[in-house]
Ligand binder design. Structure first.
Ligand code: 4LI
Ligand code: NI
Length: 183
């Protein structure tokens, strides 16, 4: 957690750079580190031992590297089942958004934002995401609900946007028409 860049650092507001393939050794290590943080943070014993905050997504700018790379690890409700989504997404692009909007009922948190910021963060309820994995293989996936929200939050980081930028300043708990609540 000591290595996580906090809000106020300009790197969090920069547009990240595209990543080229094959990955350099440095970029491979970065990808592994981003996923390892999430894995360790989601393990209750290790999380406690290293004094981490649990996360389901972590973007490279959050460790001070302005590159188009983020790890996403959304565990299944039953921890013995395989994760709902697990990958390092590189050069991700949202190629389509649903008209329907959705927001996490409890609001969003971010490893780079220490204080809780109340309010709904309206996003697309479903997205089609294109990205490359660490091997350079192109993926095009349709995501809904929680994994869709997490990927949008992480991709925002790659464009210098933080979740609270989307909260309605005058009415943080404003509900849009036809907005679905997630989790
Ligand atoms: C322990 C072990 C309640 C409050 C519910 C915890 C394993 C908030 C939700 C986790 C909230 C795991 C999360 C995100 C929210 C809140 C992220 C707990 C880790 C829930 C992830 C990126 C927003 C993602 C659902 C202010 C660090 N994560 N909760 N938002 N979990 N976690 N975000 N919202 N209210 N943030 O934070 O990783 S998208 Cl998996
Ligand atoms: Ni974040």
């Amino acid at each position: 957690m000591k290595d996580i860049v906090r809000d106020g650092d300009p790197v969090l507001r920069q547009q990240a750079q595209n990543v080229s393939f094959p990955l350099s050794e440095e970029d491979k290590q970065l990808a592994a580190d981003l996923m390892e943080y999430l894995e360790v943070s989601q393990n209750p014993e290790l999380c406690e031992k290293y004094q981490l905050r649990a996360g389901v997504g972590l973007a490279a700018p959050q460790v001070g590297v302005s590159k188009m790379m983020a790890s996403v690890l959304v565990p299944a409700e039953d921890e013995n089942e395989k994760p709902i989504f697990k990958d390092v997404i590189i050069n991700p692009v949202i190629v389509s958004n649903s008209v329907q909007r959705g927001a996490l009922t409890e609001g969003e948190g971010c490893l780079s934002v220490d204080k809780e910021i109340p309010g709904y963060v309206p996003r697309a309820a479903r997205i089609t995401l294109k990205y490359q994995d660490v091997d350079g293989v192109e993926h095009k996936v349709r995501l809904k609900n929680y994994p869709a929200i997490v990927c949008q939050h992480e991709i925002d980081h790659l464009h210098g946007t933080l979740f609270y930028d989307h909260i309605n300043k005058d009415d943080p708990f404003h509900r849009e028409d036809d907005e679905v609540f997630i989790y």
